[in-house]
Write a protein that binds this ligand. Sequence first.
Ligand code: BG6
Length: 504
Amino acid sequence: MTDDSHIFVIFGASGDLTKRKLVPALYSLFVQNLLPEKFALLGVSRTKYSDDEFRKLMQQGIDEFNEIDDNSRIDEFVEKLHYTNIQFDDVETYHSFKKRLENIRSEKGIASNTIFYLSTPPSLYGLIPQQLAKVDLNSNKDGWKRLIIEKPFGYDLESALKLKDSLLNDWKEDQLYRIDHYLGKETVQNLLVTRFSNGIFEPLWNRNYIHHVEVTSAESIGVEKRGGYYESSGALRDMVQNHLLQVVALTAMEPPTSLDAISIRNEILKVFQSLRPIKKNEVKSNTVRGQYVSAHIKNEEIPAYRDEKGVSPDSTTETYAALKFYIDNWRWGGVPFYIRTGKRLPTRVTEVVIHFKETPHFLFSGEHGNNGTNKLVIRIQPDEGILLKFGMKTPGAGFDVQTVNMDFHYSDLSNQRIPSAYERLIYDAIQGDSTLFARTEEVIEAWKFLNPVLEAWKENKIPLHGYPAGTWGPETADKLIECKEFAWRYPCKNLSDDGIYCEL
Ligand code: BG6
């Protein structure tokens, strides 16, 4: 039997992600007996903590953010946590760090398998792996070594290529696990199962029957305490380059030959390679960017993005992005894809909507809003599930048609807990399964696709629309969808009486 005992090292362990997501996810795996018996976690940061101080902080994190309904084993789990501080740019401190690893290993009888999780500012993604290589901690010779990297993988195409070269200088592709937490979401993976385990969808899943595809990822929160980070990112880098393009890829990919990492990631890559670049002179007509301005919602004054902490008062960073683009291949030729994301929208919802074409000849009156089209809504969050909208006869005289729903909610599957994305992805990385992690070429292709948009936006060549917090973003985004019979599922103009909330 292979020895899967290992040390899980988190660089940037004093940060928020460790406390909110990573340690609670590891605790959850521990409670389900999904961690090896011999396991230790070593937190690493610049801040000085003793093991005990670190354990106390993590214990608070588990108490507050625990996703599993069992607190009984927290004490046993935190015993496995350790901490050491480091100067990231000083190779000498990596020698002491390596000694600490070796001491924990020999004390606990753990093999030299190690996962290094980079939860640091992205500026350190090149440096830390290089330093680890200098002290020979990248070598698989006496036990596997894996590197998990949080997004963003680069800031633009140029920096992503640099990061790629620097990582691949010392590490092999199969040691790299680039986390995109959307791929860890149960409902994102369910895209594959819905498409490829049901005979009824696949024959319709192409340009012959689909009018357009919509991916919406709305957040009701603003930038919270992350104004500083968000200023240098914006919606396009923060959500589109990674999460939303991965969702598009799973929606659009060809059936893989099997479920292994190579087959699935090959198909994802082909989608990225087929994205038709938006040329600089097309950016104005194919993209919309916006930034939220202040608004009163339910008697509360919501500050404008420019008034958030860490944000410049004349910031041109977008908090909303919408794009129209095409995938140039046989399946999708001519089918527009519309994606949009934004902060401070009316609600939190992420969904893929397949808008089917109209019937060739519509016989019925559509007074109840049905015009012969169908929609398949794959709800990624919240209220995970699938909804099919179709026409039914309105009871009574005549042949009036109304739209009704066939609606499945994951919550109807009783006793089935949905693991958090981090729990699933960390587990996969421990198992050495990279299927749900982004491969280098995918990341590079995604940057290639977005680079002209990023450049045009940076040059301020297209308007930055203000939208009141709590609305569905700039109305111009409605105009991206040219056909009047079709619209986003929640169009920007569909406001309720008070002008703020949409009817969901
Ligand atoms: C993160 C972004 O990657 O994803 C955040 O940096 C965003 O800005 C978050 O809020 C959204 O994730 P989720 O799982 O809440 O949809």
